[in-house]
Design a protein around this ligand. Structure first.
Ligand code: SAH
Ligand code: F3S
Length: 470
């Protein structure tokens, strides 16, 4: 007879179901930090004997790791939630948790709005996941855990279930103390908390020992990093990590222009593994918009910083974020943003239409740029940038770049990977080269979003790549 779910806490499972390892599926939206947090969720559950599932359909636990940076992102979460709620109707044993930034922002409200949700877990409470799942199962609670510890980062090193053997991301600082008037991140991620320097370096050393050749340090304002014990900053951290033998590439994201000191520029220039590419959002090319955004720098200061970086780090490739349609953005303000693209020449640009967010200062202002105008500015900006990228990439023809292979590309016939400058490079004549290999590649064609080239010399990674820890 089929078991009937009468809404009471789950009874102890019978021998048959208990023998089958349970499965967790995580759906992730948003930034690299969310991607990493999802791998932490899987790592935490696998310690409890759970396996990862590749789809919600055969999972016992579905986690939605959510993003609320723009309204569209948040809407996608609620659409998906509706679909999982339907799935739950046919499989009452399925548990559903909402995590990440929407969880942090909405808290209890999610339980009210969606009866199918079993628990809500905020960005500062990731480590509580196994305990929260147990509470749901044993006590039939619907827990809401959304606090932040004020100074500590609760982060168990080594608990990240990695999917790529040769590359790893690690969080070095959580939260953000800036108050850009459009941004919800300080609410959803809390105040800045840096991880201990020695712990970060130790984690990097362990990762390199496991075969990792590229490490990316993460933080909402990664260059505000400050060791809670010694006060050492990101420059010193880059130097310490760069000295780990076997580490080939080191990146860090996202930097705020305001926190970019000369010591950090010098560390970028001097540390061999630090890649000559940098994500440095400028948001707008107009001083009056920057002031209203509370970005804490002027257009001229940004351009000056980009110039100093480029003279210290030859060939440095910059990428950036831009918002169009911010309240009060005039056609002249927007034109000034376009001119900045011409002046600075970015390798990649991520452009967004302004989206008012709850509890931000700008949300109270008149959103006076009509959606149609904002969309049109977005399209103009992207078109313009595509042209600049095409020119820049065509100029790469004939150069030799070292490509770290990520795997076969969409055609399946070529492998692709990234140059130190973060170009996406497709390699025509090296099919089957394993991920993690370094390939000296002569560039033969430049497209707007990628380069095509031929392998000159291959430094092969182990055929199966370095092994991932169990
Ligand atoms: N900490 C990073 C990233 C913040 S969110 C930084 O300092 O830039 C990532 C990007 O999303 C931002 O750089 C910004 O361009 C965009 N963004 C943030 N809030 C937004 C909003 N309300 N509307 C549109 N875009 C937004
Ligand atoms: Fe957001 Fe500004 Fe911080 S964009 S993450 S408040 S630096």
């Amino acid at each position: 007879m089929a078991p009937v779910n009468d809404g009471r806490p789950t009874a102890p499972r019978d021998a048959e179901t208990a023998a089958r390892p349970r499965r967790v599926f995580v759906e992730t939206w948003g930034c690299q930090m969310n991607e990493l947090d999802s791998r932490r969720f899987v790592g935490l559950m696998s310690r409890e004997g759970w396996l990862e599932s590749s789809s919600a359909d055969d999972a016992d636990l579905v986690l939605l790791n959510t993003c609320s940076v723009r309204d569209k992102a948040e809407q996608k979460v609620y659409d998906y939630l509706g679909r999982v709620a339907l799935l739950k109707k046919s499989r009452p044993g399925l548990r559903l948790g909402v995590c990440g930034c929407v969880a942090q922002q909405e808290g209890e409200e999610i339980l009210r709005r969606s009866p199918a949700v079993d628990f809500v877990l905020g960005t500062g409470r990731i480590e509580l996941l196994p305990a929260v799942v147990r509470r749901v199962e044993r006590e039939g609670d619907r827990p809401v855990e959304v606090g932040f510890d004020l100074d500590e980062v609760a982060y168990t090193p080594g608990v990240v279930a990695r999917t790529i053997a040769h590359r790893a991301s690690i969080t070095v600082i959580e939260g953000c103390n800036k108050h850009c008037t459009f941004c919800v991140v300080p609410t959803t991620r809390g105040r800045e908390r840096s991880r201990r320097f020695s712990e970060v370096v130790e984690e990097c050393r362990r990762l390199v020992g496991e075969g990792v050749v590229e490490i990316e340090l993460l933080g909402q304002t990664v260059n505000a990093y400050s060791d809670p014990e010694s006060g050492a900053g990101l420059a010193e951290l880059l130097r310490a990590i760069s000295s780990i033998a076997g580490l080939r590439r080191l990146r860090f994201v996202t930097s705020h222009p305001r926190n970019f000191g000369d010591d950090l520029i010098a560390a970028m220039a001097e540390c061999e593994p630090v890649c000559p590419s940098l994500h440095l959002p400028f948001q707008s090319g107009s001083d009056s918009v920057l002031r209203r955004m509370k970005r804490q720098y002027t257009r001229a200061e940004y351009v000056d910083l980009a110039g100093r970086l480029r003279s210290a780090v030859p060939g440095l490739s910059l990428s950036t974020d831009i918002i169009v349609g911010f309240p009060g953005e005039s056609e002249e303000d927007f034109a000034s943003t376009i001119r900045l693209l011409d002046e600075v020449r970015f390798g990649a640009v991520f452009c967004f239409v302004y989206s008012p967010r709850p509890s931000t200062a700008a949300a109270r202002w008149d959103a006076d740029v009509p959606a149609r105008v904002a969309q049109e500015r977005l399209a103009r900006l992207n078109d313009h940038q595509q042209e600049l990228q095409l020119q820049a990439n065509e100029a790469m023809v004939g150069q030799v770049l070292e490509v770290l292979v990520e795997g076969p590309d969409r055609t399946g016939k070529r492998v692709s990977g990234r140059s130190p400058f973060n170009h996406l490079v497709h390699i025509e004549n090296a099919p089957g080269t394993p991920a993690g290999s370094f390939v000296q590649t002569r560039i033969e064609q430049g497209l707007a979003n990628s380069l095509l080239g031929r392998a000159l010399r291959i430094e092969r990674a182990e055929p199966d790549g370095p092994s991932l820890p169990a």
